[in-house]
Design a protein around this ligand. Sequence first.
Ligand code: LLP
Length: 421
Amino acid sequence: MDHFLYRDGELFAEDVRIADVAAAVGTPFYLYSTATLTRHYQLFDEALSGMDHMVCYAMKAASNQAILRTLAELGAGMDVVSGGEYARAKAAGVPGDKIVFSGVGKTRAEIRQALEGGIRQFNVESEPELRILSEVAAALGKTAPITVRVNPDVDAKTHEKIATGKSENKFGIPIAKAREVYAEAAALPGIEVIGIDVHIGSQLTDLAPYELAYQKVAELTEQLRADGHTIKRLDLGGGLGIPYTRSNEAPPLPSDYGALIKRTVGHLGCEIEIEPGRLIAGNAGILVSRVIYVKQGEGRQFLILDGAMNDLIRPAMYDAYHDIVPVVEPEAGIEYQPYDIVGPVCESGDTFAKNRMMPPLKDGALVAFRSAGAYGAVMASEYNTRPLVPEVLAKGDQFAVIRHRPDFDEIINRDTIPPWL
Ligand code: LLP
């Protein structure tokens, strides 16, 4: 459920008229709903109630500081994958001991930054990383709390570009090698083993792969404890899918997921951590765009929008489906017609949808891409020197710009001309 609903014939974000935001900010823009972000965070928090737990929001999904602060105020921790994300989380007011550092390629500088600023744990993904972490921590006179990310070789049954738990993926350490790696970790200076980490992919719409992966983690917990390691925290990753269409089957609920966690690892007495991103932010955000032209092509009609692939890359990159709805509610009984919905960028890949049935739309009409809150603004670029899309946050009947649209000078003044030119 989200808070983008039609009321009095037009789309609202909570109690904010989307047309009012468009008038104030211009298009395109991302618009998030505080109530939806809050609700989604709380679904996870409640799903794990009764267990010692922390929901560490995977901020790669949507990392605006206003979003981070909204979630942090509810008690969320953060899952970060770069020094930039770490700095952003700190700037948003998240304390270091609520920040988890994931990712296959942490640099020495990033490790140092997190050790100095405070960290809940590093999720270590390889032996070379483990050794560098030990070296950097020992040199700073610090101890790095770690889990090792294990790769359980489970098929997450999702898009191949976002599956991470199969042995051919670059992520984690093969689970069969885990005991060896934990033995090495325990012997290294500056390292404190505290648990195990696993993450098998994103947009999972079936709980079965989680069940398999978590059972393997439970077995490994017992083995590692028998080997003498302290395993007190399990980071079970993120990945729970969201509905992108309103007609398709509903993906599993966080409450079902929570029950699965209790069933598979609840008996181990570990603190449970999860790292959801998409389910918290995805349906809490929309991208609003305006129709520039309706163009009659050969046997098809194009809806040319002012939003483009650089603003929302998911359709071009993953063939992702996003629901696109008019901001003015279609009249009952109106005949829908097929449109190819495209942006102004100079490549054919700049296509959001083909043959999409829509009510008749005219130049100037506003449309909203639903489910665009996760992996939307964060994956935007300035391709074609199109300014990064602004972000706006709604709360009740208020809205605020949380990232402004840069003007052309701001963009082009980042370039510097070398002295020989
Ligand atoms: N934890 C780790 C270690 C991850 O790699 C990810 C996502 C998450 C948590 C959060 O997963 P979520 O709950 O959001 O599914 N750009 C792609 C998605 C990439 C996901 C990368 N890792 C997309 O637009 O679909």
